[in-house]
Design a protein around this ligand. Structure first.
Ligand code: TUI
Length: 319
């Protein structure tokens, strides 16, 4: 059993968040994670506000436990999605791909906890001034939109720079990663890719299969020239990106090539020409498991590691 102050802040049993993933984490996955004692998060991506409202209502029917919504701040519907979150009194909002500062007061007034995702110390410090409830430091190992720093280097630097509780994300897929995150000073973890390969995830089955087949070096970051680099499983689409990037084409061309590709992969199963956004832990995901087992297994494994590490210290350290 692992309890941290994040459990009290969010009213959850285990300090494990399921990353909000566009076209992947809908009511079914989010409610399963919350029911299992973690925090499930609906990924709103570029979906319109009505879709978000409908998933929020479905989630409320499936669980009475707290859950969250992730707002992708580059979405044209971000502001409308925030309004829905306020109206529906969603317990937690996480944000990605931007600075959520201007939305924080209204969300907190509605009783929603605000947890932005950052990939740099500078943004973490800027956001702390808005009295956010916690912060997610996401390393470049993660899937989708990524920053430059690794989880191993980003998390301790953010922990040292801010007073708010820090949640580690990026590259965490089992109890070893969970224990390591706690060692870096985090109060919890967020996992995305591991939950994609859960029984309850409604993503196209070919996506789960692709992640399970992937090896350690099978993800690649493309789109750096656009300013919005994304990590995906290598396929025909990422090769097209690499080819265009090597020719230094106009970044607008690259943006155009990416339109609609995440949905094509995640919903329609086009794993060759779609964006199969997944993190570097893809190489260690070996099977589809129920959400409850994923959470129980990582908590049990991390507890055992922490217990064993405790016995390394002290007089019997050579044994
Ligand atoms: O948001 C994510 N990951 C995502 S969003 C997404 S949907 C998408 N679709 C097409 C193209 C791009 C994205 C897929 N994956 N992670 C959280 C995250 N946010 N990581 C890094 C950041 C971030 C980056 C820059 C947050 C803020 C920021 O700068 C804000 C500022 O104003 O300085």
């Amino acid at each position: 059993m692992i309890k941290t102050r994040l459990c009290e802040i969010l009213g959850i049993e285990y300090p494990v968040l399921q990353g909000g993933m566009a076209w992947v984490s809908e009511a079914r996955l989010a409610s399963a994670v919350s029911e299992a004692g973690g925090l499930g998060i609906i990924g709103s991506g570029t979906a319109p506000a009505d879709w978000v409202r409908s998933e929020v209502r479905k989630t409320k029917e499936l669980t009475s436990k707290p859950f969250g919504v992730n707002v992708m701040l580059m979405s044209p519907f971000a502001e409308d999605v925030i309004k829905v979150i306020i109206e529906e009194k969603v317990a937690v909002v996480t944000t990605g791909a931007g600075n959520p500062g201007k939305y924080v007061p209204a969300l907190q007034e509605a009783g929603t906890k605000v947890i932005p995702v950052v990939s740099s110390v500078a943004l973490a410090k800027r956001l702390e001034r808005y009295h956010i409830d916690a912060i997610i430091a996401e390393g470049t190992e993660s899937g989708g939109h990524v920053g430059e720093l690794t989880t191993m280097t980003l998390v301790p630097q953010v922990v040292s720079a801010v007073k708010v509780p820090v949640i580690a994300a990026g590259g965490i897929g089992d109890g070893r990663g969970f224990a390591a995150a706690l060692a870096l000073g985090a109060v919890g973890v967020q996992m995305g890719t591991r939950f994609v390969c859960s029984a309850e995830c409604t993503v196209h089955p070919k996506v789960k299969e692709t992640i399970i087949k992937a090896k350690d070096r099978d993800t690649v970051v493309t789109g750096r020239p656009t300013g919005h680099p994304v990590r995906c499983i290598r396929n025909k689409l990422t090769r097209q990106f690499e080819e265009l990037e090597s020719q230094c084409v106009d970044p607008a061309e690259l943006e155009k090539l990416g339109v609609g590709k995440l949905r094509a992969a995640m919903q329609d199963g086009d794993v060759a020409y779609g964006s199969v956004m997944a993190g570097q832990i893809s190489g260690m995901v070996q099977e589809i498991k129920p959400v409850r087992d994923i959470i129980n297994d990582i908590v049990t494994e991390a507890s055992e590691i922490i217990r064993q590490m405790g016995s390394l210290v002290g007089e019997s350290s050579c044994e």
